[in-house]
Design a protein around this ligand. Structure first.
Ligand code: BGC
Length: 311
């Protein structure tokens, strides 16, 4: 796969998380507006990942139509980002019922992609599709391999050349890459999420069991660096052997960790990814892992520098 002809092989991205992926009944963490696309582009990001909770806005009954008003909201962000020459990765995020009871939701998942695929069929190739965020629970590797292949076939009916990003089970963990079976397809890329060690990146995170006990964990020893280097090299080697691009679609640290360690980790992961020629996408833009503070309208400068400063 060729990344749309830029001289640099990798892209630098940021996740607009906790916006269109928020629960329908809960206020979004980030009220995403066009100004946010401007600040991301002006800072030097050339890609955004747009997590979307389509499952909350689609009919439970077949043919599972997505509400037109919600599609319009997603269009606004995708169009706004493409107008600004940002590559956009749109995914299916937080489809928790699919992960828990796949038998009851696989057809609906495919129906979502049939509609998304039709809606964006004529769009530039700088719009990428990512099939499913972090398959896990009852979505075992065997099941996921079958479902991804079925879904890709549906997407390909209308989008022959579009990059389609697919990650392994175990929440897109790099260790599960060997279980991922990618169909032969010139426009498929693999993705992993990188949050190692969780005891550092997720300390204090309410949604992670045991994370309260991890508070105070710092990062930055030689052994810490070696672990990151070898993890990412292993993931990149897997992709290289198969001739696919690898996209680090999420990496980041929760705001409960100390800032110096967060900055050191962020800089190191980014740097290792770039050494390996991997596109990356920081989690996230403007909420609890955020590189930007939407309240004050300013970057969290040390994190921004860790991501975007030269070298
Ligand atoms: C989830 C977020 C979470 C982040 C880090 C994402 O995939 O959607 O809710 O904050 O991972 O754990």
């Amino acid at each position: 796969m060729v990344l749309d002809g830029t001289a640099r092989r990798f892209r630098r991205g940021v996740n607009f998380g906790n916006a269109l992926d928020s629960a329908r009944e809960a206020p979004a963490g980030l009220l995403l507006g066009e100004r946010h696309l401007d600040v991301a582009r002006d800072a030097g990001f050339d890609l955004i990942r747009l997590p979307v909770r389509w499952s909350a806005w689609a009919d439970p009954s077949a043919p599972h139509l997505i509400e037109p008003g919600f599609f319009d909201r997603v269009d606004l962000v995708i169009n706004g980002a493409l107008d600004r020459e940002l590559t956009v990765v749109v995914n299916v995020h937080h489809y928790d019922e699919l992960q828990r009871v796949p038998d009851e939701h696989e057809d609906r998942f495919v129906a979502l992609w049939r509609q998304i695929s039709a809606r964006y069929a004529g769009y530039p190739t700088t719009l990428w599709f990512e099939l499913l965020n972090e398959p896990r629970d009852a979505m075992t590797a065997r099941r996921w391999n079958r479902l991804l292949s079925r879904t890709l076939a549906v997407v390909r009916e209308r989008n022959r050349d579009r990059t389609v990003v697919i990650g392994p089970v175990q929440m897109n963990g790099f260790a599960a890459l060997p279980d991922l079976e990618l169909p032969a397809d010139d426009h498929v890329a693999a993705t992993v999420h990188y949050y190692e060690p969780m005891t550092f990146t997720h300390q204090g995170a309410a949604w992670t069991p045991g994370a309260d006990r991890w508070r105070g964990t710092t990062w930055g020893s030689d052994a810490d660096r070696d672990a990151v280097r070898s993890d990412l090299a292993r993931a990149a080697a897997w992709a290289h052997q198969r001739g696919v691009e690898l996209f680090v679609g999420e990496f980041g640290t929760y705001d409960q960790a100390d800032l110096a360690s967060r900055v050191a980790w962020t800089r190191y992961v980014r740097w290792q990814a770039e050494q390996l020629g991997l596109s990356w996408c920081y989690w996230d833009f403007g909420t609890d892992f955020g590189v930007y503070d939407p309240g004050s309208g300013s970057w969290r400068e040390p994190l921004r520098q860790a991501l975007l400063d030269p070298g």
